[in-house]
Structures are given as structure tokens and as C-alpha cells.
Write a protein that binds this ligand. Structure first.
Ligand code: SER
Length: 603
């Protein structure tokens, strides 16, 4: 069965059972404490906490997910950084029995999976730090449905308790369905069972029973309404149904792997690992850049850079020709464009972003690798088996080697990297660049201008208004175009503001109108502009926007405009938005790949 059909069957199965089909949300998480969407439940988090769901009490989705937690395992038969998660959700409706019955019925009745191949894990309970009881109910339901006790196993928190995502939220015990890929137990354990890493089983479907709320202090309280959150990787399910020995041989990867094989110097069968890493990482890069993310050294941009550069390094091992990422990306967009049409509309941007990053890294990779070899010849490093953080920082700074890349190279030589001293070197460097820009950190905005050049009072007033307008514009862009929008640069003089931001395509005239209208609406609302000092980490947690390219000190100033905008910034700003006049966008144009520029005025 092709993956397209599996995806559809899943959604239809749950639709027929009263679930609303909800489209995948963005890969960029809405929760300020996490960067990416790593699970289907994330877009529904509030509905588990009692907020009324606009979809009713039952929902189902196929969610794009990106996680780096398993990155080192990519290369085996079933771990990925990008995956599609099939899920069904109940917000205070059915619970354990309902969820287990649906799951079993979907696998067996709808897909024809052999029941004998299904093995189950359930939560065994814990006593401390807080007592959570054993999940006897799930065990009973499984047995009632004909799964023998000999195929049901109990595990603790590590394996069978899920959540929350971010710093607080719903969580609870889980029961997992594992599929037996091979009958013979592994060599280590005569009777190996699910969660053994020998490859005999693959975890297929995770059914989470959200009964608890975990707060920031990690205390659990009972939720008013119990919920169900399930997640099953489409790639693994396709592997099982298409009877393949790895996810990379399913139709979700086959053409990508074949394309790599055409260019590679070594056959897939001889050593599939580099193939798999390249295929998975380029796929992630396609989806991430499809969200408007650009490679950079911070946050989402860093995650993209990290996977893409890792793919490029493995490309070297297979002697792939220069610029291999764009042709692969093109194939990936074609595999997925019917399901995710944004990949089609953004194809040119995606290819441009990947190619530009590959060209950039290509220039330094070879030299950096030579430098790494030189570094590890040092007798001290050889004997202590630790690469000093300063050396790793040097590779980062001069050759664009993400820390994880250097760590991986080091591990291949049985060496470790001192990550702490890397961080120290990193911070020290930031300090030096900052003091070069002026002893006291001033934030980004017009304060630098105002200090450097003597301006008339009138000019400073105009610039102050335009500066506040920049904040309103930034937030309006994120609301109208999407959360991928990040400030990439800003320049203000007394006549106009100029604002650069990440966005992969031209902003349409309708969008421009909506953005202007939203800014003007906020000006008319006469919102108060407030300034407070807080720790950088708290500012980010509270949702404050930060200038993408800037590194911030521990304590920062945050300006908020009503409830609409919140940004880390050095000021100055107007006191109330009604002081500003009427906002107009004069020009929208490109400012480099994936970056747009808006010029705007106040009248
Ligand atoms: N949230 C759970 C997971 O990601 C089940 O959907 O595995």
C-alpha cells in the first residue's frame, strides 16, 4: 500500500468515527518554550487543558514533525529527524478503552496487519517523586481484545510516560504498540522484548493518556478532563505495510535514495548509513526552508544549518558532486507537493536557500577538515582524548563547523570535545564583539544613530515614532504572513523606516494592505508602550521577539505595545501609539535570498 493511501485511510478511519480532520500545523512551534513541532498534539495543547476546542471533542491529523533528539540514530533502519505523525485526539471524550479499540481495529481491520506481530508495553507506575499508579486498565483492555499477557510488558517513566512538550502542559502514561519485524530474538538477550535496540521490534504507535498537568516546578496535578493523544510515524507504518527492512526503502524515500545512488561512488547496500543521513537531512532541510527558515547561527536557523551541513559532510564521504543538495531537494518537493502544496509554491526559494548554504560551506569544509586533522595531532589531545572547546570554537568561527559536527568528527576518532569550554569561548567572543560596538549594550534600533550623529529634536521625534512603527510592523508581518517571519535588519532615518525580514516570496498587494491595516488599527487603539527590564531567558519565554542576528546580555529591556507586540529592544519609543500618525508601506522588494525588505513612512 502506497503511503498516500495509508495517510488517507488513517484520516478517513477516524473521520468516520466522529473526528474532525485538522491540517498539519507549521513546523515552527506556537509554544515559545520550544522551537519546533515535534508531535501531533502540540497544536491541540490548550484543548487538553480545558480550553474549548473549535474542532469538537475529537480530532485527527497527519502532522509534519522535526526533532533533533534522535539525530545520532539516523542511519539505522527507522530513526528520522523529519517525520509525519498520524494521530487521533480526544479532549475529554473517549479514554483508554476507546483509544486502544480504535488503534487495534485500524491496524487489523483496516490495514490487515497480523495481530500476532503486535506486542504491547504499558506503564508500570512509580512511587516517587510522586506516586503514579500502574496502568492496569490498559493491560485489561489489551487482554480483553485478545492480546495474550505474554506479549504485554511493563515499563517505567522513561518508556511509558509522555510529555509535556515545553516547560509545562498535559502529560500522562502511555501504552505503545510495537511491531515484531523479525521472529528470532537477538544474540544478547535470549528472550528479547520490545524496546530492545537489536532491531527485532519497531515502536509503531504511541497512545498517550493525558491525565495530568505538569507545571514548571515539575509537579503533577490531575487534569479536570482526561484526554487521548496518539502518534504513529507514517514512515514506520509504511515500512511495515510495504514489507521493507527500513523506512528508507519505502516509497517515502525510495526515489531520493535512488537519486543519491546515481551520484554516489559507493553502493547503498555496501554502506547505507551515509545515504540515509543525506536523504533524511536534506528532507528536513527542504521542509524547514519551506517554512521560511534561513540557515543561521541561532535557534531554528541553526537547526537547519546543522542538518544541512551534516548532510553535506556525508555527501563528501560518498563523493557526491558539488551542489547535490538542490537536485535532491527538487525530488523531495515533488514527492510531497500534493500533500504539502507549500513545497511546490516555494520550490525555487527552497532550492536557492539550500544551494547557497551548500556553496558557502563547500568553501570551508575541506580546509576545516584539514585543520581538524592538524588539531588532533597535538600530543596532549592524543593522550587526554579531549579536544579543547577553544579549538572547536575556532573551527566554528573560521570554517563554519557546528559544534555537533566537530563532536561527531572527534567521536569518530575516539575523542571527546570539551563543550563547556566551547561555550566559554563563544561567550568571550560575544563579549569582545559587543565591547567593540560600544561598551554598553544598547540594543538594536535607533539609539545608536541618535548617539552617533547630532540630530535635531524634531528628527529624533520622527525616528522614535518610526521605531515604534517598526515593532508594530514586525508583529503585523508575523500575524499576516506567518511566524517564520524574523527581523533580519532594520534602518531608520527621520523620513522612513526600512525593515528586512525572512520570508521566501514576494509579499502580495493584498497582504501589504492587510499589514498596513493591522498596523494602523493598532495605532488607532492608542496602546500604551511599556518598558521593563528582565532576564533574557524570561523575555524569550514570555514570547518577546529578538533580533535574529544579535546576541543579548543576560538582562535585557523589553518593550511591549499593549498586548500586541513584545520585543527586546534598547528604545526609545513613543509613550502611546496614537502619537504616531498614519502608517504606509512605500515599497516591498527582495533583499537577498529568502529575505524581503519593506520601506514604510508615517504621515
Ligand atoms: N505525543 C506522543 C508522541 O509524540 C503521541 O502522539 O509520541
Amino acid at each position: 500500500m502506497r503511503s498516500t493511501e495509508i495517510r488517507q485511510r488513517f484520516l478517513d478511519f477516524f473521520k468516520e468515527r466522529g473526528h474532525k480532520i485538522v491540517p498539519s500545523s507549521s513546523l515552527l512551534s506556537q509554544d515559545p518554550t520550544v522551537l519546533f513541532t515535534t508531535a501531533g498534539m502540540q497544536q491541540f495543547k490548550d484543548y487538553f487543558l480545558g480550553k474549548p476546542s473549535p474542532y469538537g471533542k475529537r480530532a485527527t491529523s497527519c502532522q509534519k514533525c522535526f526533532r533533533t533528539s534522535d539525530i545520532e540514530e539516523v542511519g539505522d533502519t527507522r530513526h528520522l529527524t523529519f517525520l509525519e505523525m498520524l494521530g487521533n485526539f480526544s479532549f475529554g471524550d473517549y479514554f483508554k478503552e476507546g483509544a486502544i479499540k480504535y488503534a487495534l481495529s485500524f491496524l487489523i481491520d483496516s490495514l490487515g496487519v497480523e495481530k500476532e506481530k503486535l506486542w504491547i508495553t504499558v506503564f508500570k507506575g512509580i512511587e516517587s517523586p510522586q506516586m503514579i499508579s500502574k496502568d492496569l486498565e490498559s493491560q485489561e483492555v489489551w487482554q480483553m481484545l485478545g492480546i495474550p499477557k505474554t506479549r504485554i510488558f511493563e515499563f517505567g517513566v522513561e518508556e511509558n510516560f509522555w510529555g509535556p512538550t515545553g516547560e509545562e502542559g498535559p502529560c500522562g502514561p502511555t501504552t505503545e504498540i510495537h511491531y515484531e519485524l523479525r521472529e528470532t530474538p537477538c544474540e544478547k538477550e535470549k528472550n528479547c522484548i520490545p524496546n530492545c535496540d537489536c532491531g527485532r521490534f519497531t515502536e509503531l504507535w504511541n497512545l498517550v493518556f493525558n491525565e495530568y498537568y505538569q507545571n514548571r516546578g515539575k509537579n503533577l496535578t490531575h487534569l479536570k478532563e482526561k484526554g487521548v493523544d496518539t502518534g504513529m510515524g507514517l514512515e514506520r507504518l509504511s515500512m511495515v505495510l510495504q514489507k521493507k527492512s527500513s523506512v528508507f526503502e519505502t516509497d517515502l524515500f525510495e526515489v531520493i535514495v535512488k537519486e543519491i545512488a546515481k551520484m554516489a561512488s559507493r553502493a547503498y547496500l555496501l554502506d547505507p548509513k551515509p545515504y540515509r543521513i543525506i536523504a533524511d537531512h536534506i528532507k528536513s532541510s527542504v521542509f524547514l526552508s519551506g517554512e521560511g527558515i534561513l540557515p543561521s547561527n541561532v535557534e531554528e536557523g541553526y537547526a537547519l544549518r546543522r542538518v544541512l551541513r551534516r548532510a553535506i559532510r556525508f555527501g563528501k564521504l560518498l563523493n557526491l558532486p558539488k551542489n547535490f543538495s538542490a537536485p535532491l531537494a527538487k525530488i523531495i518537493t515533488e514527492v510531497y507537493q500534493d500533500i504539502y502544496p507549500e513545497l511546490k509554491s516555494k520550490q525555487t526559494d527552497i532550492l536557492t536557500i539550500l544551494q547557497a548554504e551548500e556553496e558557502k560551506f563547500e568553501k570551508t569544509l575541506e580546509k576545516g577538515l584539514k585543520e581538524f586533522e592538524k588539531i588532533i595531532k597535538d600530543p596532549k589531545i592524543k593522550s587526554e582524548k579531549i579536544v579543547p572547546g577553544e579549538k572547536a570554537f575556532f573551527l566554528f568561527e573560521s570554517f563554519g563547523f557546528p559544534l555537533e559536527l566537530t563532536t561527531e568528527l572527534a567521536n569518530e576518532k575516539n575523542l571527546m570535545v570539551d563543550k563547556e569550554s566551547f561555550q566559554t569561548a563563544f561567550k568571550l567572543h560575544q563579549g569582545i564583539s559587543r565591547s567593540g560596538a560600544g561598551k554598553k549594550f544598547r540594543g538594536v534600533g535607533i539609539s545608536k544613530h541618535a548617539v552617533k550623529i547630532q540630530k535635531s529634536k524634531k528628527e529624533i521625534e520622527e525616528m522614535t515614532k518610526l521605531h515604534t512603527a517598526t515593532h508594530l510592523l514586525h508583529q503585523a508581518l508575523r500575524e499576516i504572513l506567518g511566524k517564520h517571519v524574523k527581523q533580519m535588519g532594520s534602518d531608520i532615518n527621520s523620513e522612513r523606516l526600512r525593515f528586512d525580514f525572512s520570508h521566501p516570496q514576494k509579499v502580495t498587494s493584498d497582504e501589504i494592505k492587510n499589514i498596513e491595516d493591522l498596523v494602523n488599527q493598532k495605532i488607532r487603539e492608542d496602546l500604551e508602550v511599556k518598558k521593563i527590564e528582565m532576564a533574557y531567558t524570561d523575555a524569550i519565554k514570555s514570547g518577546a521577539l529578538a533580533f535574529f542576528k544579535e546576541k543579548y546580555p543576560e538582562i535585557v529591556t523589553v518593550y511591549s505595545i499593549g498586548d500586541f507586540s513584545r520585543e527586546i529592544c534598547g528604545g526609545p519609543h513613543v509613550n502611546r501609539t496614537s502619537e504616531m500618525g498614519h502608517f504606509k508601506i512605500k515599497k516591498e522588494e527582495s533583499s537577498g535570498s529568502g529575505v524581503r525588505r519593506i520601506k514604510g513612512v508615517l504621515k
